[in-house]
Design a protein around this ligand. Structure first.
Ligand code: TRP
Length: 373
């Protein structure tokens, strides 16, 4: 309990204890009752729900009840454009696409170029390049262009700013400071920024002139922003946004923490070639297998810490029976480290080749996706 753990939008450090975060952040766990309710509505359950990759929420029950009464919610998620998209980002968005498809709802997707400019040591022009590149990946996920609306903070500033100042007026520096761990030397833009991330959670209500429930799928590190948002929105006459949180796809080098686009063993990017995928996994993927063949056959591998197994569980083996078989064979020693790695490499390669195919003509669709009012 005393171990150092920091989880906020701008820093993730230490071994992430998700149960502890649920308590500290005041989240609700996703219970069997909620899963049952989702199952009734959608006639099935996404593997990321069954496997508790998405494991916590706020007000999900309420959003589902409203939905059952015929009052649809909209989805809101986003991307901080400062580098290439990796599998950890894509995980949330593929799940968001599932929500959009099964509930047949609108999605507001925010690109926070202001945020990345303010927080990263990168020029504005470079951030703009990433807005463009990242949009291609978001489009390649396969969202419905008729029901998906891209918001770019600096480009939609005229729409966002009047709403952001209403949030900002209710938010003190001391709240922001303690929530994000800021000091007096943070730049003033970063202090204001969370007001911008709050806006899409009520912008559709402003535009359509009626209160509409919002559901935000996001990785757990973004929760700070939305705790603040939830405190303020009722003061402005809007519903608190509901949310559903996932744990981080672990980095290649170990089962705890978060995949990132920097560091020695970089994440796996959406644009990686089959050779890069293979090399990264063979070189870096942390193995739960035993050091020698004899030992492995005798004791078996540890799936809890084995990165290839964890990746299959998170995203790449959707078939529950197949996953259970791999778990059994790998932990009994029947399946070898080289074999599970090879299996994962083939899965990721197929997944990314299909993504890259859709990405090719995505540039033609950007305009269809941009929010126009
Ligand atoms: N701040 C997020 C990031 O750095 C981007 C983002 C904006 C977001 N709005 C969001 C993420 C809503 C999840 C949900 O990646």
């Amino acid at each position: 309990m005393t171990e150092k753990m920091i989880v906020n939008p701008y820093q993730v450090e230490g071994e992430v204890d998700y149960q502890r975060l649920v308590k500290e952040f005041g989240l609700q766990e996703i219970t069997p009752e909620i899963l049952e309710k989702i199952k009734q509505i959608t006639k099935g359950l996404h593997p990321m729900l069954k496997r508790k990759i998405f494991f916590a929420h706020r007000d999900l029950n309420w959003v589902l009840d409203e939905y059952l009464k015929g009052n649809k919610f909209f989805l809101y998620t986003g991307c901080g454009p400062s580098g290439p998209i990796h599998l950890g980002h894509a995980l949330v968005w593929y799940f968001t696409k599932y929500l959009q498809d099964t509930f047949d709802v609108e999605l507001y997707f925010q690109f926070t170029d202001d945020e990345k400019f303010l927080y990263k040591d990168k020029p504005y022009e470079e951030i703009q390049k990433w807005v463009y590149e990242n949009m291609l990946d978001v489009i390649a996920i396969g969202f419905d262009p008729k029901k998906t609306f891209f918001i770019v903070d600096t480009k939609h500033a005229g729409l966002l700013y009047p709403e952001a100042i209403k949030v900002a007026k209710k938010l003190t520096f001391s709240t922001v400071k303690s929530s994000f761990g800021f000091t007096d030397s943070n730049n003033v833009g970063s202090i204001f920024y969370t007001s911008m991330q709050a806006v899409p959670s009520f912008l559709p209500s402003v535009l359509k002139k009626k209160n509409i429930p919002c559901l935000i799928p996001h990785a757990i590190d973004q929760d700070n922003h939305f705790r603040i948002t939830r405190d303020i929105l009722p003061k402005l006459g809007f519903y608190k946004p509901a949310s559903i949180q996932c744990s981080f796809l672990p980095p290649l080098t170990g089962a705890f923490g978060k995949m990132s686009s920097t560091g020695e063993a970089k994440g796996i990017f959406m644009t990686d070639s089959p050779k890069e995928i293979k090399d990264k996994i063979n070189k870096y993927a942390f193995s739960g297998g035993q050091p020698t063949l004899e030992e492995h056959r005798e004791k078996g591998g540890n799936t809890e810490i084995d990165i290839p197994f964890q990746y299959l569980k998170y995203l790449f083996e959707e078939d529950d029976e197949k996953l259970a078989e791999i778990e059994k064979d790998y932990s009994s020693g029947k399946m070898l480290t080289g074999e599970i790695k090879k299996y994962l490499i083939d899965k990721i390669t197929a997944f990314l080749l299909a993504h890259q195919e859709r990405r090719k003509d995505a540039h033609k669709k950007i305009d269809d996706f941009l929010l126009k009012v």
